[in-house]
Write a protein that binds this ligand. Sequence first.
Ligand code: SF4
Length: 383
Amino acid sequence: MDTIQKLELLGGDTRFEVQSAAEKACPDYLDLPAKTQGLKDSLSTVIRGDGKRMTVLKTLLSSYCARNCFYCPWRRGRDLPRVQFTPEEMASAFMQMHQKRLVEGLFLSSGIHGRASTTQDRLIATADLLRHKHGYRGYIHLKIMPGVDRASVEASMRLADRVSINLEAPNPARLERLAPEKNLFEQLMPALYWADEINQQRRAEGKRAVSTTTQFVVGAAGESDREIITTVAQLAREARLSRAYFSAFHPVPHTPLDGLLPEDPRREHRLYQSDFLLRQYAFAADELVFDASGNLPRAMDPKLLYALRHPERFPLEINRAPREALLRVPGIGPRSVERILQMRQRGRLQDLRDLKGVGLAAQRATPFLLFNGRRPHMQLSLF
Ligand code: SF4
C-alpha cells in the first residue's frame, strides 16, 4: 500500500474528530489532482488566530490502538483495516503535499499504538523532522496522548503551534460511560494545566505561547450542557484553555454505542455560542440560561435568552453603559463595543445613524438600547 492509499484509508473516519464552525471538511475550492481525489476526507479548513483560513492535512500516524473507547472507530475491538506511518514517511508525505500547495498545515493525531508515551514520541519525531530536516515553518497541531508525562507535553509544545488534549467528557462519571480505560484527573486534565505552566515559562522567555484546545463528545454519556460549560469555564479560568470543541455524537457502526441516536447538531451550535459568550463576552457560566434538565434551550440564541430573562437590565443607555453591559446586548459584538466606546469619547451618540458602520446587528440590538433616554427608531436601510 503506498502513502496516498494509506492516507485515504484513514481519511473517512478521522473526520469523527472535530467538525465545527471553526474546522470544516475539505474546502470546495481545492482542486485536487485526480490521483489524490481520495484525500479529500483528510483535508480540513481551519480558521487561524489571525482570521485567515488554511487547509490542513488532518490524519493519524497510526490507526492501531490499544484502547477501547466506546465511541471511536479505531478502538481495538473493531475489525477494520489498519495502517501506520513512520515519522519519516508522514513528514515526507506532508512535505510533498505542501510543496504541491495542496495543504498549508498539519493536524496530526494517532491511535495509541503500544504505550501512550512511545506514540507521543513518534508524533514529536514527525514534527521534529518537519521543522529541522525539511525546514517547514508552517502550522502544526499535535494531539497529546492520554497519560503522557510533562516532558512529552513540553517537547510537543516546542514544535507545535497548537496542542490538544481531548477530555471527551466533562467529569469522571461521564467519561466512564464513554471511555472507561481513560482517567480524567490522572491522564487528561494534568496535561492542560502543564501546558499552561509551560506557556507561562515560554512567555517569560520571550517565546510565543502555544494554543491549547480540548474536545467533548456531546450527547453520548447523558451529560448536560451545564456540566460541559462548567468544565470549560473552569479550564478557561484555571488553565487558560484557548478553545473547546464540541462534537455532536454520531454513532459508529460496530461500536458499543452504535445503538444510540445521533445528537441534534443544534446542541453543538448552542454550546459553541455559549463558549464564545464565556471567552469573548466576559459572561460567567452561571449567567447562561439552562432549562430544568441543565441544557441550553435549542430554540433561542443564548445571548438573546439572557437579555430576555433580565428585563431589569435593559434597555441600556448606550451613552453611559459600561463595556461589560454593552457586551451583553444581543447583536453587539466585542469589536462593535470598542467602536462605541471610542465614539463616546468624541461626543454623545444621538441615534442609530451614529452607529452606521460600527458592525452591530441593528435589528437585534435596537430593542435593548436607549439613546439619551429615548428608544431609537429602527431604520434598517442604515445598516
Ligand atoms: S485512545 Fe483515541 S484512537 Fe484509541 S480508541 Fe480511544 S479515542 Fe480511539
